[in-house]
Design a protein around this ligand. Structure first.
Ligand SMILES: [Fe+2]
Length: 932
């Protein structure tokens, strides 16, 4: 649906007198372009000679200083609009393009942008929309990267308040419009409209863009500001149609392939992970649907694959709506750019350096050399450009090194990793059991540790397929490991027994994963005991293989023992569990529960909530760059044979496993921090405690810091929602809000739409709960699992992503057993990721852990629309103060020697939920959004 306001008046712009000397401008153009230029110039006199276009000077408007004949009269006043356009960094070639030169002519003609002012009020007599005012904007001043376009209007005095500006871009290229300033309206001068958006060329799409002014009645006075916030029922009459049409434009018609300039937000299933047209072994089943439930992604509309009609072709760029991608305007995409370079250039280069992709590290000091010596990147004529690019884009990883023996030779590029802070502090941190346990509450994946509430442990899987359900971890084993302090039953009763349970989730995948080359899998259970010191101690690991290949179920319990054989078996079992935890962390705690589930929230927010809606304004900062980074993940991270598939234990079933976790475990109502802690038995409700919760492990750094952050978010959201919904009934009657929540539940998360646990949205309290959860996921939850990835995973023996060999005790041949007995260290290194897998993952983790220089941290930046409203401004300032205080509290906690899970010799303090950070790899800082 196009926005086509009824136009009765024209501004005087078209008839104004222009006083400058007559001359012509000649531009050289290919002959085939002349028709296009003539079309632009309309009836203007144009001469063409030898592929040159001569534009009469009388047809040009080149200076904003020209006096326009708009005057103040009894029934009208003059208004000047200044549009600030930021020049795109499109590069030299682009600036020489034909369309650019035609656009230059258009600028000279003074018809660069067509603006229309829209009154927010209806005509008092007819009850219909007032006539819009239209004028062309011409090119004005240029300052570095900015260009002003200026338009003059003669506005009738009965026009009323301006509510919106429609913009039509007459150029052949899109333009990034940052602001529009309207000078001359009586109530405020100027009226700023902050657009911060790409405006497509009218030749791509004739629909005009609408930008709403921000004006609201506050305590009897009109207040202007960046973007108005109106719930739908309060929308001024003159803007209602524009509000609805803009949303229809953003929703699109569900047809066709998306083009790069479009702003359409729509849904689709994950059917572009595989690439069957390239090779049938890259075919992957679509995720999303009854068989493999999954959240929906942003629709790209590419044609179906030739080889597999349910898959989408992987051709061209992965579309994201235009305003989700700012790369040509600012250096805002530091993170995505660097990740893009690492995934698409560095990782393939590594494949050329380490040709045997299965080659293990021979010695531990070979791993250390990645931090001290590094890897020579190949020197090849056709790689020169890539090499220079890498050292420029990822200088932390790739550095040029001069050849000392031959100074005249060109410098070599070396991939050398920074030493992670964990290993800087304690070289053997990864080896210690207490550190293994500590990281379950203060490490990279604090979302898995769960209280044991039933004893003995039993599987819920079908015994006919997976074998006996009873765990091999018996009371006797636990009694012995606890050392007489308590019996297993007493430990359960007293809430002292905890588990990392990857048994029922992984066991169904064991048989098929074991058919893949270079990997293996078990179901696993790891038990921990909460010591009187408040720390966890690992007690036992159980690894299980289901019946397969004619063999019965195999399971074995490993314990931290004193005999050398048992010690090495324990280390190997730990490597398996760590690989399970690494996979679960990356695929579920990180990808699924933050990046993936948030995509439907973003799509629905843009499709159903007008940008004037206060809830759109609240959520918008929390969605920055997420669609773009998720598209990049589909392109090169979670795709068939991408980094995840080639480096994690489940191999090509990795992403499918996140679908299983979504199916079995994910519930929106359990995603808030308090609900998540209660669900895992890590907290119980207690109204007398500060957060209304009593933690099962008192010193649980993630939970302790997270609850302060959660409370701060919830209070801010409460203040915000209560301000805009003073009457509770307004939530239930807000049609946009209701459509938003319905679409999230039934379309974005379509495979879960029948679930009874979805929160209702009837009251401000319901809305506060929903919004706090979404904001927590995009900020605190994501930061907790993202920015410590290099600190904890950079030295991969601490968190191997894959365990490649089975345990030496599982049906060993005499030769296999002898090899283990003779050289157990070698067997551990063979079980760890290969050299290629390890270095690839290290490079990716380094980038994923990096804060870009333009990172926006939670509570840091006051959105202009919030600053315009004194109540919201004050609430945000209180929020910011709370977060600043949280910084100090976390520092204080890390200094407290009684808190042994975050303070001790060689221990990395827990800072992942400290709100602010400097750029780089810091293992702290909570950005507003999932931007990497
Ligand atoms: Fe992330």
């Amino acid at each position: 649906m196009m926005i086509k306001p009824r136009l009765l008046y024209q501004s005087h712009q078209a008839n104004r007198r222009l006083s400058f000397q007559e001359r012509t401008l000649a531009l050289s153009l290919p002959i085939w372009s002349e028709r296009s230029v003539r079309r632009q110039l309309g009836s203007q006199k144009v001469k063409a000679k030898k592929h040159q276009i001569f534009v009469p000077r009388s047809a040009q408007v080149s200076s904003p200083l020209v006096t326009h004949e708009t005057t103040e009269t009894d029934d009208s006043f003059k208004v000047k609009a200044i549009v600030n356009v930021k020049l795109a960094k499109a590069g030299f070639l682009s600036s020489l393009s034909l369309d650019r030169r035609i656009d230059d002519i258009i600028d000279l003609l003074g018809k660069s942008l067509l603006l229309e002012l829209v009154s927010s009020q209806l005509d008092s007599e007819t009850g219909e929309e007032k006539v819009t005012m239209e004028a062309y904007a011409h090119k004005g001043k240029r300052r570095e990267e900015w260009v002003e376009y200026v338009a003059d209007f003669q506005v009738p005095k009965d026009f009323g308040e301006v509510g919106a500006v429609l913009v039509e871009n007459e150029h052949h290229h899109e333009m990034y419009v940052d602001t529009i300033l309207l000078h001359g309206f009586p109530h405020q001068d100027p009226i700023p409209i902050h657009c911060a958006s790409w405006v497509h060329s009218k030749f791509h799409n004739p629909t005009k863009r609408v930008f709403f002014t921000d004006k609201r009645l506050y305590r009897g006075k009109w207040r202007f500001g960046r973007n108005r916030s109106y719930i739908p029922s309060e929308t001024p009459g003159g803007l209602k149609r524009y509000r609805e049409e803009e949303l229809r434009n953003l929703r699109g018609n569900g047809e066709g392939e998306m083009k790069s300039f479009e702003r359409i937000y729509d849904f689709d299933v994950y059917n572009d992970i595989g690439d069957p047209d390239k090779s049938l072994h890259l075919q992957r089943p679509p995720l999303g649907g009854r068989q493999r439930p999954y959240p929906r992604r942003c629709r790209t509309g590419r044609p179906p694959s030739d080889a597999d009609p349910v898959a989408e072709k992987r051709v061209g760029r992965f579309y994201v709506p235009r305003d989700e991608c700012f790369s040509e305007v600012k250096e805002l995409t530091f993170s995505t750019k660097t990740l893009h370079s690492v995934l698409l250039i560095l990782l393939p280069t590594l494949g050329r350096v380490i040709r045997d992709k299965d080659l293990p590290f021979s010695y531990f000091h070979d791993i250390d050399s990645l931090f001290s010596i590094g890897l020579d990147l190949p020197h090849s004529e056709n790689l020169e450009q890539e090499k220079g690019l890498l050292s420029a884009v990822v200088p932390r990883l790739v550095r040029p090194i001069n050849n000392d023996s031959s100074p005249s030779s060109p410098p070599r590029d070396i991939l050398r990793f920074e030493c992670p802070e964990t290993i800087n502090r304690d070289r053997f941190f990864w080896f210690r059991d207490e550190e293994f346990a500590r990281q379950t509450v203060a490490g990279l994946n604090p979302f898995s540790i769960t209280l044991v509430t039933e004893w003995p442990l039993r599987s819920k899987l079908d015994p006919d397929i997976y074998g006996p359900q009873e765990s091999a971890i018996t009371s006797e084993i636990i009694d012995k490991e606890i050392g007489g302090l308590l019996t297993a039953e007493q430990a359960v009763e007293q809430k002292k027994l905890f588990i990392l349970d990857y048994h029922d989730l992984l066991l169904p995948y064991v048989s098929k994963v074991r058919k893949l080359k270079g990997t293996t899998l078990y179901g696993s259970r790891t038990l921990f005991f909460l010591t009187p010191a408040g720390t966890l101690r690992p007690l036992a690991i159980e690894l299980t293989r289901p019946p397969m290949d004619g063999k019965g179920q195999w399971k074995q319990v490993f314990t931290p023992d004193w005999h050398s054989t048992d010690v090495w078996l324990w280390r190997l079992a730990k490597a398996h569990v760590l690989a399970h935890d690494s996979g679960y962390h990356q695929l579920v705690s990180h990808w699924l529960r933050t990046h993936c589930v948030t995509e439907p929230y973003i799509i629905s927010t843009n499709r159903q909530l007008s940008e004037m809606h206060p809830i759109y304004r609240l959520l918008h900062p929390h969605f920055r760059y997420t669609l773009e980074i998720n598209a990049l993940a589909r392109e090169a991270l979670i795709n068939a044979e991408g980094t995840i598939e080639s480096s994690f234990s489940p191999g090509k079933y990795s992403i499918e496993l996140s679908s299983a976790a979504y199916d079995l475990q994910w519930r929106f109502d359990m995603e808030s921090l308090p609900a998540d802690l209660i669900r895992r038995g890590m907290a119980v409700e207690d109204p007398f405690q500060p957060h209304g919760l009593r933690l099962t492990i008192q010193d649980y750094p993630f939970a302790n810091d997270g609850l302060l952050l959660w409370d701060a978010i919830k209070q801010w959201v409460t203040d915000y929602v209560n301000h805009y919904y003073p009457d509770p009934v307004l939530v239930a009657t807000d049609q946009e809000l209701q459509s938003w929540w319905t679409e999230i539940r039934t379309v974005g998360h379509a495979d879960k739409k029948e679930e009874p646990w979805w929160p209702r949205l009837q009251t401000p309290k319901d809305l506060i709960g929903i919004l706090s959860t979404i904001i927590w996921i995009t900020s605190g939850h994501h930061a907790a699992v993202n920015f410590g990835q290099y600190a904890y995973g950079g030295y991969f023996p601490n968190r191997p992503t894959i365990a490649r060999t089975k345990m030496p005790t599982e049906d060993p041949s005499p030769k296999e057993w002898e090899k283990f007995i003779k050289k157990p260290e070698r067997e551990l290194l063979k079980c760890f990721p290969s050299q290629l897998q390890a270095t690839r993952v290290m490079a990716v983790l380094d980038i994923l852990s990096t804060h870009s220089p333009d990172e926006e941290y939670i509570g840091e930046k006051m959105e202009p629309s919030w600053g315009e409203d004194p109540v919201i401004k004050a609430a945000f300032e209180r929020f910011r103060e709370r977060l600043k205080k949280l910084e100090g509290i976390i520092d204080e906690r890390n200094r407290n020697s009684k808190l042994k899970n975050r303070n001790g010799a060689g221990i990395l303090p827990y800072e992942l939920l400290k709100p602010f950070s400097k750029p780089g790899v810091t293992a702290m800082g909570v950005p507003c959004s999932i931007s990497i």
